[in-house]
Write a protein that binds this ligand. Structure first.
Ligand SMILES: Cc1ncc(COP(=O)(O)O)c(C=O)c1O
Length: 452
């Protein structure tokens, strides 16, 4: 186990190990043996096909948190050994995350609550007058935080995305930021982020990449891709302990308004307040989510140690099986922006003729023990576009297609969810722990449903 010198005292042990050079077997997830009740009272093994919402906890993540808990203590403040140890673990987590995304040595790594928190943090640090360019295909976390933005229609093909960004950025004076997702949370499709970064920089703009759905599935290298900022969430990366991260260039973050104002963000408080210039303390006021950061880093280590080749190979096998199964069922339509052959991660959204998305999701859960997501996945404009539904400009504006009405006419929603009760889709998403049986069960269940 490596040692790490903390403050000026004795070296303390840290849990985080350097990523292994040789690859390890794909780790297990907690809950792989979860049984759930289905109609008639039977228990069946849970087929979790909702990874894009929140992925289950990896066993090494659970182990890292369990190992950190006995010495859990305050960070950055205490002189006690446990406090120093916990501080070392927290700061080690920062290094691990930095390495995981291939960040530049001087990039800031700020722990946040999640991706939404990270995009909002950056939004609060943009230089005055910054115009953001953002596609209508974005998740609300990347679509909404910006004060002044230019919204671009969903592009018909990847090259059109680059051209649209090029034209929009050319027409903007002053500071500019291009915001784009790396992998769509609706279709799983990969976006041409390297080309978009190149275009952004040609116009003197910066680029923020929402990597929430990329990093659980593919390796990301911020330096190689020349990205300015990336944001992602631990709970989608097999680390459901409430931490996310914003990584990127220090200058805007060092000058931006502290995200939270309070202890830790200040150097001194007297008649005037002297805020830290370093982005990490400046934006991490209060006691941070230490266990969340440790969990997030443990997930990064576990994925790196497993190796992307093995992870991607297994995911591609399963997603190909899932998509060809869906394609074989009459009345099931997969949603796609750029066509069947465009590369994508393990996320598929679809509709089933004659049923609302909610009905499909309820049948899959109640009768087959399959967990999927239904709705517009907090990407309302994009899903409306894919469904061919009219644009709704305001909550009391134009009424929608009503295509969400299925056979039962029911559409129960939780308050605080992300849905507007109109035409929507079903999403199946996979990751570590997904089995062929889960995929086959979904296909068979849909076959049964459309035959009713
Ligand atoms: C692409 C994308 N960006 C951002 C988010 C927001 O993530 P969080 O809810 O963890 O803030 C999500 C969540 O679904 C997402 O899929």
């Amino acid at each position: 186990m490596p040692t790490l010198t903390i403050f000026n005292s004795a070296p303390a042990q840290v849990v985080a190990e350097a990523p292994a050079v040789t690859s390890r077997p794909i780790p297990a997830v907690l809950g792989a043996d979860l049984e759930v009740p289905v109609k008639g009272g039977r228990l069946v093994g849970y087929a979790n096909l909702d990874y894009a919402a929140s992925a289950p906890c990896l066993e090494p993540v659970n182990a890292a948190v369990a190992a950190a808990l006995p010495a859990y203590s305050s960070v950055h403040r205490g002189a006690g050994y446990a406090s120093q140890l916990t501080t070392a673990r927290y700061e080690q987590a920062r290094h691990t995350v930095r390495a995981f995304v291939g960040a530049r040595p001087d990039d800031a790594v700020i722990f946040t609550r999640n991706t939404t928190d990270a995009t909002n943090l950056l939004a609060g640090c943009l230089p005055a007058g910054t115009t953001t360019v953002v596609f209508d295909t974005e998740h609300h976390a990347s679509l909404l935080p910006w004060q002044q933005s230019v919204r671009l229609a969903p592009p018909a093909f990847p090259g059109a995305a680059v051209r649209a960004a090029d034209e929009a950025l050319a027409g903007i004076d002053g500071p500019k930021l291009l915001v784009v997702t790396a992998a769509s949370n609706v279709t799983g499709e990969l976006w041409p982020i390297a080309a978009l970064a190149h275009i952004a920089h040609r116009h003197g703009a910066r680029i923020l990449v929402d990597a929430a759905q990329l990093v659980p599935h593919r390796q990301l290298n911020l330096t190689a891709l020349d990205l300015d900022y990336v944001a992602f969430s631990g709970h989608k990366l097999y680390a459901p302990f409430g931490a996310g991260v914003l990584v990127g260039r220090r200058d805007w973050l060092a000058e931006g308004e502290p995200y939270l104002k309070g202890g830790g963000a200040v150097r001194s408080v007297g008649d005037t307040t002297e805020w830290h210039d370093d982005p990490e303390p400046r934006h991490e006021a209060g006691t941070p989510n230490v266990l969340g950061a440790i969990a997030l880093a443990a997930a990064c280590d576990a994925l790196t140690a497993t190796g992307w080749t093995a992870l991607v190979r297994e995911e591609e096998r399963l997603i190909a099986r899932l998509r060809s199964g869906l394609a074989s069922i009459e009345g099931v339509r997969e949603l796609s922006l750029w066509g069947d052959d465009h590369p994508r991660v393990g996320i598929v959204s679809f509709t089933v003729a004659g049923y609302s998305a909610r009905e499909v999701a309820e049948v899959l859960s109640g009768e087959y023990g399959i967990g999927v997501r239904d709705g517009k996945f907090c990407a309302h404009p994009f899903v409306r576009h894919l469904l061919g539904a009219p644009e709704r400009r305001s909550s009391d504006g134009v009424s929608d297609t009503g295509a969400n009405e299925g056979r039962s006419g029911r559409d129960h929603r939780h308050a605080g969810g992300c849905e507007d009760g109109t035409a929507s889709a079903v999403r199946a998403s996979i990751g570590i722990g997904t089995t062929q049986e889960h995929v086959d069960r979904l296909i068979e269940a849909l076959r049964d449903l459309v035959a009713r």
